[in-house]
Design a binder for this molecule. Structure first.
Ligand code: SAH
Length: 234
């Protein structure tokens, strides 16, 4: 090959392909299918929740070895004996707390940061606490890289909430216990909604929805679910 042709050939081989065509998220259609077949099909209809579920790149919240399964209808391991919830459970809990612009949210159990990102697509600010230091660090880095500047992360025991930033319009607890921590009830704003799996952490739990109106708390028992246990720092 003439040297100039050879050089051109090498240049063509080495320039990133993105220069020639708009790069598309390879998981976009998997995500769309997840929303229609797992979430809309099961009755989730809040448009903001569906928009967020269509947008957040769930495959970037699971270990690389699980990326191909990120949009399947099940929870997945994220290390340290913890799991990222099944997509429909994330969507259901998100819809239950009625997220909207102008609201703030507290999440206990950051895990991968996925639920926090879904909320952050809708509400103003998400405060999220994680008790496993490695997961807290990984999630904070991931959320930063993905541009979720409205998520504030912290390592620690979420049992006591985060009083400095309360009261919260929304509180989501993504780990199970046999009762709802009193500090979280106290940090729920008037008109606010709290959702948490409550029951025997080793067997079955039910999602409980608390609503606070004029200081009075009402409790509703919803679907059976399975979550990892809420731990306590000694
Ligand atoms: N919401 C997460 C999944 C949560 S799994 C996601 O979207 O990926 C439950 C998480 O709660 C685990 O990471 C676990 O370490 C954490 N956790 C358990 N007890 C906790 C506590 N007392 N305070 C904060 N986080 C806790």
């Amino acid at each position: 090959m003439v040297p100039i042709m050879k050089l051109l050939f090498i240049i063509l081989l080495t320039v990133p392909r993105g220069i020639f065509y708009q790069q598309k998220d390879p998981y976009e259609s998997a995500r769309e299918r997840m929303v229609s077949s797992q979430i809309v099909a099961r009755g989730i209809s809040d448009q903001e929740t569906l928009r967020a579920m269509r947008k957040v790149p769930r495959h970037l919240f699971v270990p690389v070895s699980y990326a191909e399964e990120a949009y399947s209808d099940r929870p997945l391991p994220i290390g340290y004996n913890q799991t990222i919830s099944q997509p429909v459970v994330v969507a259901y809990m998100t819809e239950l707390v009625k997220p909207a612009k102008g609201k703030n949210a507290l999440e206990i159990g950051t895990g991968s940061g996925y639920q926090a990102a879904v909320l952050a697509e809708i509400v103003d600010t998400v405060y999220t606490i994680e008790i496993v230091p490695e997961l807290a660090k990984e999630a904070a880095a991931r959320l930063k890289i993905l541009g979720y500047d409205n998520v504030v992360t912290k390592y620690g025991d979420g049992y006591k909430g985060w009083p400095e930033h309360g009261p919260f319009d929304i509180i989501i607890v993504t780990a199970a216990a046999d009762h709802i921590p009193q500090p979280l009830k106290d940090q729920l704003a008037d008109g606010g909604r709290l959702v948490m799996p409550v029951g025997n952490p080793a067997t079955v739990q039910y999602l409980i929805l608390l609503t606070k109106k004029k200081g009075k708390i009402t409790e509703q028992q919803l679907e059976p679910v399975w979550f990892v246990p809420l731990k306590r720092l000694k």
